[in-house]
Design a protein around this ligand. Structure first.
Ligand code: IPE
Ligand code: IPE
Ligand code: MG
Length: 241
């Protein structure tokens, strides 16, 4: 398939793409604007990337929106981020429905304010029978927190000696395809506590582009690069030499 001038092999699409959407603050700073303008512009990028993901037939898109560490930011910025999330839910509702998109959340949303939590839950419920793209919105998400809450659930069930497959049942991502590709914008070369378990064999795509500047085209180029990688999973592919 050829989209926006980029040729993709539709049989070898990644099943599940994760994005660490970083660089909103720097995008605003570069323009002499308060950080909130960067977050607002970043929300527009989310819309564009969701749209192209649905269009190419991606199964799952995980978006890192707020980490367990982001609570350390000033109160005002945290409030802005959640108000943008509520706004996104309002403005995108019909679009998500129309495009057959399903929404799930990874992270401990019991810590969110009631308003945000209930509007998220309502939207998830409205979209639950959709069969197209699944958006996995990672809010108050931390990879270590996810693993610890899984361990605690296992302990509370008095389970002993769980296998990897059994352990995965307690992760937020249970039922989602393997995380094939992880994109991080803004030039930082780190994982910042995202999907620690799931990223064991994920391919990484790092770009200096700040999240508000990230285009549909670059997203497709990241997928194209993924398709040119050779994944070995510890094996030797060419056994002749
Ligand atoms: C990503 O952009 C958004 C969140 C982490 C919520 P940042 O706000 O981290 O932007 P920078 O990294 O300061 O530029
Ligand atoms: C990671 O970005 C979290 C999200 C994108 C939600 P941060 O900006 O919080 O990460 P660090 O602090 O640069 O590692
Ligand atoms: Mg950042």
């Amino acid at each position: 398939m050829k989209i926006l001038g980029i040729e993709l092999d539709e049989i070898r699409l990644p099943q599940h793409v994760g994005i660490i959407m970083d660089g909103n603050g720097r995008w605003a700073q570069k323009r002499g604007l308060p950080r909130v303008f960067g977050h607002r512009a970043g929300a527009k990028t989310v819309r564009r990337i969701v749209e192209i993901s649905a269009k190419i037939g991606l199964k799952c898109l995980s978006l890192f929106a707020f980490s367990t560490e982001n609570w350390e930011r000033p109160d005002k910025e945290i409030k802005t981020l959640f108000s943008l999330l509520r706004q996104y839910i309002k403005t995108e509702r019909e679009n998500l429905k129309k495009n057959n998109i399903k929404l799930i959340v990874s992270g401990d949303i019991s810590k969110l304010d009631l308003d945000t939590k209930s509007s998220l839950e309502q939207l998830m419920d409205e979209l639950k029978n959709n069969t197209g793209l699944t958006i996995n919105l990672c809010i108050n998400y931390g990879g270590r927190q996810e693993i610890i809450q899984a361990v605690n659930k296992i302990l509370s069930l008095n389970l002993k000696n769980v296998t990897e497959a059994e352990f995965e049942k307690f992760l937020y991502t249970y039922g989602l395809p393997e995380l094939d590709l992880l994109i991080r914008t803004s030039g930082e070369l780190r994982i910042s506590n995202f999907m620690l378990w799931q990223a064991a064999y994920t391919e990484f795509y790092f770009t200096k582009t700040l999240w508000p500047d990230f285009t549909q085209k670059e997203f497709l180029l990241a997928i194209k690069e993924f398709q040119n990688r050779q994944r070995r999973f510890g094996k030797i592919l060419d056994t002749k030499t």
